[in-house]
Structure formats: C-alpha cells, structure tokens
Design a protein around this ligand. Structure first.
Ligand SMILES: Cc1cc2nc3c(=O)[nH]c(=O)nc-3n(C[C@H](O)[C@H](O)[C@H](O)COP(=O)(O)O)c2cc1C
Length: 282
C-alpha cells in the first residue's frame, strides 16, 4: 500500500492547484523524498506501464517557466508523467500521478495537474518518451508563492476550482434515480466524499458512483459540449483514475478490504454520455 506520513483525507483536503511559486529550488531532502516515493509506487489497477521524471524547470520570460505558455510562474521543478497507452491506461495514469501529487502535497509543496496548457514538444525533450509512449500530464513542483499570480487567480476562478457538485448529485443507490446522501453511504461515506473533492480537468467532475448490493460501480459521465480528448489524451478517463485513487486509498486507510473488478451490473437508465468504468467489490 502507498504510504503517507499523515491521513490521506487530510492531504486530499489540503491539496489545491497552484500555478504561482516562489523562485526557490527544492532542497536535497525534498528531492530525495519525491524520488524514493516514485520508485516505490505500486502497480496500478489495470497494470499499465507508467513512469515519472522529476525534472528541473528552465526559465522563460522573467518569472515564467518554459513549457507552460506563461501560466506557471517561479516553479523550480516539474513532475512529468509518461504512459504507454493500453486498456485502462488513462485511469492508471490518473491513479499513479495523483498518488505522487498527494505525496508532494504532504511535503508541504505545491502542484497543479496540467493536461492541456503545457507544451508537449518541450516536455518530450525533457522526458524522452519512447516509441508509442505519450505524456498525458505534467505538474509544477515547488514552494507555493504567498499569493496567486493574476493568471493563476483567473484560471482558478474560471474553472470554479473551489466548488464541487453536491454529494447526492454524484452518488446513487441501486440506480441513477435514487440519490445517495452521505450518512446513508455506511462505511463508504468518507471515501466517496474524497472522490467528490478530487481535482478534475476544468473541474468538470465527471465521476458518478452507484452503490448496489454492497459494491460500488464507477461511471464516467462525459461533459456535453466538452471534448475531453486533448491531442488524443482522454482527460476525463484520467479524472476517473484520480477518483479511483482517492477512493481506494481512503477505504484502505479505514481498514476496509476490497478490489477493483470489471463487473458491470447492467444498470439501466444511465445518464446521457454515461459509461461504465469499473467496480469496487468489498
Ligand atoms: C486531468 C487534469 C488536467 C488538468 N489540466 C489543467 C491545465 O491544462 N491547466 C490548468 O491550469 N489546470 C489544469 N487542471 C487543474 C484543474 O483546473 C483543477 O484541478 C480544478 O479546477 C479543481 O481545482 P483544484 O485542483 O484547486 O481543487 C487539470 C486537472 C486535471 C485533473
């Protein structure tokens, strides 16, 4: 199991996307902590090949860092994720990259998932992907600036980053017609709340979960009018993987067992653009 030095629920509640950083390199201890965490990562749920590179940032215009179109300022380092796409690959990528993001958060450092606004050519030079590998996302890593830059504030505001949909619009009992309230979710209440707090591309929150016969069935409900395929990368499947990690890590911390399985319960009346992804079977 992936180990953090404090409850994962605290780390999830602390994490925010940061695009403005103090111009200050990571110290050797921070760098070593991150590297050893990256080496220790478990195999993800669908067994995909994911690897990470922790790279130094390079300067662009004053204060800006290269490869982010001026959106990220002052970051000393980047986490670059590389995936060999396969069945479940984007979910696996989201799962492992978020595990790393939460570890970096637990060290008191800032991060920001970047799946769209980064220069793939520049980061390809940094991470040197092999034939058939892609770079689905990167994140700045560093000490957050005391105040967000104007660009950072505008991004956070337009994505509505502080808000999340209500619990009962994301989670259901038996089928999609019966909303689930947190007190009725039994041992899964906190883990589902951690899904609700997860980051997602443009804060679209495409995850839905149906609790039925003791199992939890995870669905992706794609956003109407929003192409989550960004240069061929399926950002909303990455969102699903992030949600899976928050759920599993919280459930495990609470001492409950279970495993991911493909076990589509064949629930009728799926929301428009909804598709089954995976189930958590206790
Ligand atoms: C898969 C993914 C891709 C993202 N891509 C970008 C991006 O390209 N640029 C950006 O500024 N933020 C990006 N974000 C950050 C989201 O906008 C942010 O997570 C969301 O608004 C919620 O805010 P929070 O992370 O502060 O909770 C991305 C997040 C995820 C999960």
């Amino acid at each position: 199991m992936i180990v953090y030095d404090r409850p994962v629920t605290d780390i999830i509640r602390t994490r925010r996307s940061w695009r403005s950083y103090r111009n200050e390199p990571l110290n050797d201890g921070e760098r070593a902590h991150i590297q050893s965490f990256l080496y220790s990562l478990d195999c993800p749920p669908f067994g995909s090949a994911v690897r990470f590179v922790l790279a130094d940032a390079q300067g662009g215009a004053p204060g800006k860092v290269r490869g982010t179109y001026g959106i990220v300022t002052g970051a000393p380092s980047f986490l670059v994720g590389v995936l060999r796409p396969s069945e479940g690959g984007y979910e696996d990528f989201g799962y492992l990259f978020e595990a790393a993001v939460l570890h970096i958060t637990s060290l008191g450092l800032g991060t920001c998932w970047l799946g769209g606004t980064f220069d793939r050519g520049y980061f390809a030079d940094v991470a040197d992907p092999g034939e058939g590998e892609v770079i689905p996302a990167v994140s700045p890593v560093g000490h957050a600036a005391p105040r967000r830059s104007l660009v950072d504030s505008v991004f956070a505001l337009t994505a509505g980053s502080r808000s999340r949909r209500p619990f009962s619009t994301l989670f259901f009992r038996n089928d999609f017609s019966t909303p689930l309230q947190e007190p009725d979710a039994g041992p899964y209440g906190t883990a589902l709340e951690m899904v609700r707090l997860a980051p997602s591309a443009t804060n679209r929150q495409p995850w839905r979960v149906v609790m039925r016969d003791g199992a939890l069935h995870f669905y992706l409900v794609r956003t109407i009018g929003y192409s989550s395929l960004f240069k061929g990368i399926d950002l909303q499947r990455i969102d699903m993987g992030i949600a899976m990690f928050h759920f599993q890590r919280t459930i495990q911390e609470q001492g409950h067992g279970g495993a991911w399985r493909i076990a589509d319960p064949g629930i009728r009346g799926l929301p428009f653009m909804g598709e089954y992804v995976v189930s958590w079977i206790p």
